[in-house]
Design a protein around this ligand. Sequence first.
Ligand SMILES: Nc1ncnc2c1ncn2[C@@H]1O[C@H](COP(=O)(O)OP(=O)(O)OP(=O)(O)O)[C@@H](O)[C@H]1O
Ligand SMILES: [Mg+2]
Length: 407
Amino acid sequence: MKKRNVITAIDVGTTKICTIIADISDDSGPRVVGVGISPSKGLHKGLVVNINEARESIRDSVRKAERTSNFKVESAYVGVTGRHVTSMNNRGVVSITRNDRVVRPDDLKRVLSAAQSIKTADDRRLLHVIPRGYAVDGQEGVKNPVGMHGFRLDVETHVITAAVTSIQNLVKCIRSLGMDIEDLVLEPLASSEAILTEDEKQVGVVMADIGGGTTDVAVFRDGSIYHTSILPVAGYQLTRDVAIGLGLPFEIAEEMKKKYGSVMPVYEGKSDDTPQPVVSKDGHGVSYQDLCDIIRARVEEIMKLILLEMPSSDYEALIPAGLVLTGGSSNLSGIAAMGRDILHIPVRVGTPSDLNGIADVLRDPAYATSVGLLLWGSKYEGKKQWKTGAFTGALTRLATQFRKLFQ
Ligand SMILES: Nc1ncnc2c1ncn2[C@@H]1O[C@H](COP(=O)(O)OP(=O)(O)OP(=O)(O)O)[C@@H](O)[C@H]1O
Ligand SMILES: [Mg+2]
């Protein structure tokens, strides 16, 4: 197997680091040859807050994946998240001035370039500029305008920007371990790649990855990304609520939450239905009902926050396919039913599944971002968007978007 046929994804999460090495030489999709999962240190709400600790956690995860695969990781697709990420939709327009008025690939470059000419503050840079659709002479909904005739070409794009300093800390960790960054990918885009169907994206859907430190939200419409946002509340707050509410040490609260936590209404009525207290490994006992009440209140809040992030209050029209939950916290039993009850839209839990090789451990919602990064990488391999020392230059990114169009 040639080396260039192997790619690596590193998901630097708030609670775990997951490295996946996969062989992409086969057309049937990536075949996982190495996985390394390590607890994460030095991160808070998706951001590196202690470079040394974060670097050691990343090193540990990468080494594990290298050992199982027998490959050395030289570069990787890496996820980006955090409150510092912002997104907006923007338009670009150019005129087609050649005599034949035929739209050429060159015009796509120019119009995407026009859509990028937005003012960003010095401390922010473009992370992604994704074309959502084109219009030729005002005719909207064109997916690929090359070859069409017209005087005017418009593009609608989804633009994502991020804070330079936050990204630099992550990049520093990876590079100090001797690895290069193949591409930086916004985590909700990666998770969506792993769990949403093309139909859902076409009809309109919201994906929410409820992880440890952040809830990453992505809205898709007409087959393209429409809105992204990152909420700074997720599983960590659930555990903290349990710890404070029931007077438990954090680790015990985490154990209780994962082992017994549920968002289903516990019981109503008869005393012989009353659930027994639940007990942790080291003998802490708490009321099952109290545990679930606390968790349910916070999950309800998170679900409402997800809908508040919608770019339109008429969310039933915006997202007929409903809400797809993923991330480690979507393992809470009853979460989809609860979502349907309080939001009155379809809700399902998405688990990454379409992987070959040694991928069993990855069939858990907690690995949606990790698997999504890998799928993103296998799709866009060799089309590096990100350059050392700075964010991608507009032209590099344009070239990438341009190549994507012709895949
Ligand atoms: N069975 C379970 N029930 C409830 N919560 C769970 C369960 N399994 C995992 N979790 C929670 O999921 C969270 C971790 O999820 P995940 O691995 O997706 O986060 P992360 O990627 O490390 O963090 P982030 O993406 O927010 O930076 C933790 O808060 C953990 O307590
Ligand atoms: Mg995550």
